[in-house]
Structures are given as structure tokens and as C-alpha cells.
Design a binder for this molecule. Structure first.
Ligand code: ATR
Length: 276
């Protein structure tokens, strides 16, 4: 019987997940489908139930349902519970389990660049859902310092107190957005939406970034000014495609119980996104 997977969100037409997951399922020669489902928030409970009755085994969850879906699930795995957002649902014996694979995706994306978890100073730009997942991963590493900078300072302060409540002993500080200490960081992560438009300037002044700093920009639509200009300064810098890839690969691993091949997934993504 054909195994069923998919992604729910609203709108869903722009999602890159179907192409990425279909490429993996085809490479694995599985009799399986992966379909996008447009689910307006007000219809989430009946549509989720309908998908489960139809035999869907696994779903990705995207904007704006990542938080709203939580009370409809039987259980959350610890990262999803901590971060407060679900991006993957596993249906097992009529029970729905919520996961968040962004942290794993982020860790593997950094690993690909040669970064190993170690005590370091990380500057995280942003204070939305993406920043929360990233800051959580970084603050968990013992001995690390996480500096949060966000245009709206109050949001950064809220994220900092959320982190220190959940991770007692974590070293988390807030910096003013305009004076973010780029020069003090071993790792800089852009988790804002600055860079999504081609005309966006870098969210920090590249001149202030030390050569050798690792720069990861969660924006995946293009090679951003931040990535381009810090590379020119001798930094290792990458865009968010690898995180997108690895969070998706982790969803498939949870559904299938085996690691999917990432090369065809990466090719599918690259085929949909512009180079440079
Ligand atoms: P997500 O859940 O994807 O992280 P979000 O919650 O909308 O999305 O967060 C977007 C982030 O980008 C926020 O940190 C936002 O800053 P504010 O909290 O001040 O809104 C940041 N952001 C968006 N546009 C920005 C801009 N032009 N300059 C600086 N930061 C910006």
C-alpha cells in the first residue's frame, strides 16, 4: 500500500518540502507520496483528523500552524516542547507525536561547515521562532555564551529570559541591535528575515566580523550580502539551505526509521532556488 506523507501550512504553494521529500522517496524506491495540504488555521482540527483517517503517517508543519498544532497532539518530544513549536508529526498506532527537527537541522548544517559543539561566543540576530530554535541549541552547549540582538529589543529580552528559565546556568546576554558585537563572536547566525530581499543590506557590518568567524545565514532564498561579504573577509559562511535540507532529512528519518539519502534532496532544493 502506498505510504502517505505531506506538509500542512497556509498558504502552502511556496513550500520546498514536496520536491525535497519526493526526491528522497524516489531515490529510496519507496511506494510513497508526499503532498502539500493547504490548511487554514481555523480548519486545522478537522483537517488533521481527516488526514490521519486517510492513513497519513507523517506530516511536516509550517507557518502558521507550528504552535497551533500542539494541543491536538498526544505527545511532544522534548525539543518541540521546549521550543514550543512542532515542524514534524509522526502518526504511530493512532497516536500523534510532535517533533521539532530545526535544532538537528541547524546542528548538522554547522557540522557540515566543520563546526563542532564547543564553548564559544555566538551572536544570534533575531528573536522570532527561528532565532528561538537556534539560540536554544547554542545555549545548551556548556560553557557557551549566546548574545542576542534584535531590532525590537524587548523581544530579545523576552527570548533571553525564556532561555535562562529553561536552561539554568546558560550564559545569555542581550545586545542593542545597532551595536551587536560582531567582532566578539566565534559564530554569527542571522535568524532575521533581513536578506530575503535582494536589496537588503547585511544585518551586521561585515567589516566588524573577524576573519575566521563562522557565519550562518538562515535565509535560503539566495546568497545574501552577509554571506558574500563575510566570505570575502575570510570567514566560512553559508546560507540556510543546508538547515532546510537537514531538518527535512531528520523528518524522513523519524517517519521511515532510516536515514534518507541527502544528495537527491539537495539537488531538488538547488533546482528550485537560484544560485548566488
Ligand atoms: P521567524 O519565526 O521566521 O523567526 P518572525 O517571528 O517574523 O519570523 O521574526 C522575524 C525576525 O526578523 C524578527 O527578529 C524581526 O525583528 P523584530 O522582532 O524587530 O520584528 C527580524 N526582522 C524583520 N525585518 C527586519 C528588519 N528590516 N531589520 C531588522 N530585523 C528585522
Amino acid at each position: 500500500m502506498t505510504r502517505l506523507f505531506g506538509v500542512i501550512g497556509h498558504p502552502i504553494g511556496h513550500s520546498l518540502s514536496p520536491a525535497m521529500h519526493r526526491a528522497a522517496l524516489a531515490a529510496m524506491r519507496l511506494d510513497a507520496r508526499y503532498d502539500p495540504y493547504d490548511v487554514p488555521p481555523e480548519f486545522l482540527p478537522p483537517m488533521l483528523e481527516a488526514l490521519m483517517l486517510a492513513g497519513v503517517e507523517g506530516l511536516n508543519v509550517t507557518v502558521p500552524l507550528k504552535e497551533a498544532v500542539r494541543p491536538l497532539l498526544d505527545r511532544l518530544d522534548p525539543p518541540a516542547a521546549a521550543i514550543g513549536a512542532v515542524n514534524t508529526i509522526v502518526a504511530r498506532r493512532r497516536r500523534l507525536i510532535g517533533f521539532n527537527t530545526d535544532g538537528v537541522g541547524f546542528r548538522q548544517a554547522l557540522r557540515e561547515l566543520g563546526w563542532r559543539p564547543r564553548p564559544a561566543t555566538a551572536l544570534v540576530l533575531g528573536a522570532g521562532g527561528a532565532a528561538r530554535a537556534v539560540a536554544w541549541e547554542l545555549a545548551r552547549v556548556r560553557g557557551s555564551r549566546v548574545i542576542l540582538a534584535n531590532r525590537t529589543g524587548a523581544r530579545a529580552r523576552r527570548l533571553a529570559s525564556w532561555l535562562t528559565r529553561r536552561l539554568p546556568g546558560a550564559d545569555v546576554v542581550v545586545s542593542p541591535w545597532r551595536r551587536a558585537p560582531a567582532e566578539a563572536a566565534d559564530l554569527i547566525v542571522n535568524a532575521t528575515s533581513v536578506g530575503m530581499r535582494p536589496s537588503d543590506p547585511p544585518p551586521v557590518e561585515p567589516r566588524r566580523v573577524r576573519p575566521g568567524t563562522l557565519v550562518y545565514d538562515l535565509v535560503y532564498h539566495r546568497t545574501t550580502a552577509l554571506v558574500r561579504e563575510t566570505r570575502r573577509r575570510g570567514c566560512i559562511a553559508a546560507d540556510g539551505r543546508s538547515m532546510l535540507l537537514y531538518q527535512g532529512a531528520e523528518s524522513l528519518r523519524l517517519w521511515l526509521g532510516v536515514r534518507p539519502p541527502v544528495a537527491p534532496m539537495r539537488r531538488a532544493l538547488e533546482g528550485l532556488l537560484p544560485r548566488g
